[in-house]
Design a binder for this molecule. Structure first.
Ligand code: ADP
Ligand code: ZN
Ligand code: ZN
Length: 733
């Protein structure tokens, strides 16, 4: 009987999100998840088998046969299920989903497994006899024999180096040595880290046993910085492995991966596979293949590792769950924890989201019972949290200190260096956008219609509101006090490094996007820093997370204000999280930690709550604010970004979509709080003009409205604009 396959074809740039039917030739063995080659128009292209069926709704003479099966089951059943679920829940295109689950290194077929030659003694030979037959002065063959008797096997290159390749080749020729092939692992650098054996405290113990005795459920592990969350993850994973299950552990960014990998590889050895964007193509191929073949039982990696083709999961862990990197900021857009939930449910295993400063929305879910909260309220070393001192920069400035560092921070740095310890200096940096402020009175321009801080755009010397699109001329004089000392928030890492070197004459390391461009750049800088005392590490957001350097006793935070006044509804939350994370780097072992936070707004409630480590109070304040102002989690914000090379086309399509949405707004009246179309603040990018529509509505309308928006956009898709939809976007630029 004839069979048909539903196939997703890999057409670049296609707006078409369609599944095509193809005939399965009689002598072909085709399964779900196979990668195939099919005729498409006048050419052949790659495709992926979604389903197999006995009938097709198209007439047979219209259908073409599959030409070739390239890779069998490249998409495993669980991952295929994930694709279907993500498709229906997040309205993503099939081909985009395929690209997530089958990395390009696997798809393009250009990267191959590398093998190494392994040699061993041929025990079927009379080796003694052979060796005796050799001339007296021939020593190397004897040495090879002794070496391999002891070591059993060794790879060709090593042996050749030790005993000359002419000798090894000769022994191979004579049949004394035998050769086998072994898959080689192109291996990434890890930061070596010894693992202390510790006894869990009662909070850690409770967290571990609760998670281990659970079926599918989402846990929020709320543990202060240094409370030993990593130890909890390790115990849970150990237990899973013992029960012949597997685990995925996600970490925010490559900066964090070398250290985490070091810890895990020390404990779990070759069972670990690592997946993140810092890998070379060959490395990525090897790691993916290792997982696919079932040779890895633990996957550690960044966001994309949630799609690892591992089977039989016993737990999924997302460390630092509040981190922005868990939300993809370009197409296809998804929230990692929701993908993790689908997989955890499929495997009926627990999902653990860990953080010292959970997302407001996650904490809210743990309050209403959607997540189960587990608390680690104390530091594992029983030490106090590091003392955070807030330094008001205004009096410093008025009394003549117009440098980067307050006197307090300089004093503390001297103390740290005198004691041979280490300091971290954190510089806030957020994308291209920034704000203007008056150095004399602290005035910051805000939008007259939204009361959100205006972002400064250098290219046009304008201030813009990212929520409503209002534009204002940049100020040169303060409208509040008349001073003309207007400063642009933010200083560069390089300048900070230079000044510190001049002031203290100790090694100063720099970690930012520029200094970590080279391969394994992060691991190198971190290793050097950890081996140098006294020393200072200067860095951006990258140094905020996860690092555990026992000799760091001081953390300095410059320009904390930059994120507090960043024009978005999550600004306070992000600031609270960032400062807590950075502060948490200090005093993690025996030395007591100190934190100096420099600000022009010392009275701001966020700083005061952060200095007291009062997450709970901050949460309560923030959630009330969100409720009264109708922001997430009580509302949902959707941004539709429309872009095209032609400004007119982009504007027309935007207008069309906008009018259709206006009709929807009429239907739901005041449950849709906001609807507006505008030029995107970043109005031209890579030669494309950008417009956006922002919609904010009651969260209870989520399902209905998402569906309606999807339908409207399906029609608009015909018009060759690229359209990108985000729910609760991280940025509105
Ligand atoms: P977190 O991830 O919560 O910030 P870590 O897991 O990095 O904290 O732990 C901080 C430090 O405390 C580490 O050096 C770790 O080895 C140590 N530690 C963890 N659990 C214990 C424990 N039960 N007893 C003693 N030390 C511990
Ligand atoms: Zn002023
Ligand atoms: Zn505004």
């Amino acid at each position: 009987m004839m069979k048909f396959a539903e196939i997703i074809v890999d057409v670049v740039n296609s707006q078409v999100d369609r599944v095509f039917d193809y005939i399965i030739p009689e002598d072909f063995l085709v399964n779900n998840g196979d990668m195939v080659v099919v005729p498409f128009g006048s050419r052949y292209i790659e495709g992926y088998v979604l389903a197999i069926k006995d009938t097709s709704s198209y007439s047979i003479d219209k259908l073409k046969p599959i030409k070739e099966v390239v890779l069998q089951q490249v998409i495993k059943p669980e991952i295929l299920y994930l694709i279907h679920e993500m498709k229906s829940k997040f309205y993503l295109k099939y081909i985009d989903l395929i690209k997530l689950v089958v990395p390009s290194e696997i798809r393009n077929g250009q990267i191959k497994t590398q093998y190494s030659k392994i040699l061993r003694l041929n025990n079927d030979c009379d080796i003694d006899n052979y060796l005796q037959s050799l001339p007296k002065n021939s020593k190397n063959p004897h040495k090879v024999y002794a070496y391999l008797q002891n070591k059993l096997e060794e790879n060709y290159t090593t042996l050749s180096k030790m005993f000359t390749s002419s000798c090894i080749n000769k022994l191979l020729e004579e049949g004394i040595l035998l050769e086998t092939k072994k898959e080689k692992r192109r291996k990434t650098a890890t930061l070596k880290k010894e693992n202390k054996v510790v006894t869990l405290n009662k909070y850690q113990e409770n967290a571990v046993t609760t998670v281990l005795s659970s079926d599918f459920q989402t846990f929020l592990l709320h543990g202060v910085t240094g409370s030993g969350k990593t130890e909890v993850y390790i115990r849970i994973i150990k237990e899973c492995i013992k029960n012949s299950k597997t685990a995925i552990m996600l970490v925010p960014e490559i900066s964090l991966t070398p250290q985490m990998c070091g810890i895990f590889e020390n404990i779990f050895g070759e069972n670990v596979a690592v997946l993140h964007s810092g890998l070379s193509a060959g490395e990525k191929y090897d790691e993916w293949k290792k997982i696919y073949d079932g040779r890895a039982t633990i996957v550690i990696g960044a966001r994309s590792a949630i799609f690892a083709p591992i089977t039989n999961l016993g737990v999924i862990i997302i460390d630092e769950e509040h981190d922005n990197s868990y939300i993809s900021d370009n197409n296809p857009r998804f929230e990692t924890y929701k993908v993790a939930q689908i997989r955890a449910k499929y495997n009926n295993c627990p999902l653990v989201l860990g953080s010292a400063t959970p997302n407001i929305e996650s904490y809210y879910k743990s309050e209403i019972g959607e997540f189960t909260r587990l608390e680690l309220p104390i530091r594992a070393n029983n030490k106090e949290m590091p003392r955070i001192e807030i330094v008001d920069m205004l009096p410093e400035f008025r009394s003549g200190n117009n440098g980067i560092f307050s006197n307090k921070l300089l004093q503390e740095l001297s103390t740290t260096i005198k004691h041979g310890n280490q300091a971290m200096i954190f510089i806030n940096r957020r994308g291209f956008a920034s704000y203007l402020s008056c150095r004399s009175c602290g005035y910051i321009p805000r939008c007259t219609s939204c009361d959100i801080t205006l972002s400064y755009h250098k290219e046009c010397n304008e201030l813009k509101c990212h929520y409503c699109g209002n534009r204002y001329r940049a100020i040169t004089k303060c409208p509040n006090c008349g001073s003309d000392e207007i400063k642009l928030g933010g200083v560069g890492t390089q300048r900070v490094v230079e000044e510190l070197q001049n002031l203290f004459g100790v090694p100063v390391f720099r970690m930012d996007v520029d200094s970590t461009k080279t391969k394994d750049g992060h691991a190198k800088i971190l290793t050097e820093f950890s081996n140098t005392k006294p020393s200072i590490l200067v860095g951006t957001q990258m140094i905020a997370k996860g690092h555990d350097f026992p000799a760091v006793d001081l953390v300095g935070i410059l320009d904390a204000d930059l994120s507090l006044f960043f024009g978005e509804y999550r600004a306070s939350e992000k600031t609270f999280q960032l400062i807590t994370q950075v502060a948490g780097r200090a005093g993690r072992s025996d030395v007591e930690g100190r934190v100096v936070l420099q600000t022009y707004f010392p009275k701001n409630y966020v700083y005061n709550l952060v200095a007291n480590y009062n997450y709970k109070k901050f949460y309560e304040k923030e959630i009330n604010l969100r409720k009264t102002t109708n922001f997430p989690p009580f509302a949902e914000i959707v941004r539709i970004l429309i872009s095209n090379e032609s400004e007119d086309v982009a504007r027309d399509v935007t207008r069309d979509i906008f009018y259709q949405l206006k009709d929807v707004k009429v239907e739901y009246k005041d449950r849709i709080y906001f609807l507006q179309a505008m030029q995107s603040p970043l109005n031209k990018l890579k030669n494309k003009y950008r417009f956006q529509i922002i919609l904010r509505y009651d969260v209870e309308l989520s399902q209905i409205l998402q569906q309606k928006i999807y339908n409207i956009l399906q029609d608009a898709n015909q018009r060759k604009c690229s359209i990108f939809v985000e729910t609760n976007p991280l940025s509105l630029s």
